[in-house]
Design a protein around this ligand. Structure first.
Ligand SMILES: Nc1ncnc2c1ncn2[C@@H]1O[C@H](COP(=O)(O)OP(=O)(O)O)[C@@H](O)[C@H]1O
Ligand SMILES: [Mg+2]
Length: 154
């Protein structure tokens, strides 16, 4: 596995390994990029995002914005961290200004993207995460964008 690419599939064996993977992913992220994190509760979505944000110079604690739906961070770049687990209806998506968050000025990281499936930009990175055992998580990277396809190891 080369460090200048992302694995198409990887199993991490601890939260620290998942965060380290997030740090690697962060190197490829720039404002305008949208990454969706699919997977059940406890799959490690927030853990991976903590690694990403830490490497981007976000100093505040990174936790799932379960009730507020969005956390905005400023590190070296602006980051919007969304969690749609508790989304009640489409109006809430409007209220939080989802479209403005996608205006290209920030990196947008979305937990529970299935809740807003019809509104997701088609140009995005998809990260699929699944519980494997107590400390193991299976993580897959997929995208229909050329940029990401070139960065994902076959
Ligand atoms: N390999 C691993 N990667 C990520 N988290 C792990 C791993 N092994 C155990 N865990 C634990 O699983 C939980 C993942 O929680 P979290 O990242 O909040 O998940 P999600 O945001 O998907 O609901 C944490 O308690 C973490 O310590
Ligand atoms: Mg979470």
């Amino acid at each position: 596995m080369t460090s200048d690419k992302l694995p198409s599939q990887i199993t991490t064996s601890s939260p620290e390994e998942t965060q380290a993977l997030g740090r690697r992913l962060s190197a490829f992220l720039a404002p305008g990029d949208v990454a969706c994190f699919w997977g059940d509760l406890g799959a490690g979505k927030t853990c991976l995002i903590q690694g990403i944000c830490g490497a981007l110079g976000v100093n505040e604690p990174v936790v799932s914005p379960s009730f507020t739906l969005v956390n905005e961070y400023s590190g070296q770049v602006k980051v919007a961290h969304l969690d749609f687990y508790r989304l009640r209806d489409a109006a809430e998506v409007e209220q939080l200004g989802f479209d403005e968050l996608l205006d290209g000025s920030r990196i947008v990281l979305i937990e529970w993207p299935e809740r807003v499936k019809s509104r997701l930009p088609s140009e995005r990175l998809d990260v699929h995460m699944a519980w494997d055992s107590d400390l193991k998580r299976n993580i897959m990277f997929k995208s229909n964008m050329m940029k990401w396809q070139q960065l994902i190891d076959k």
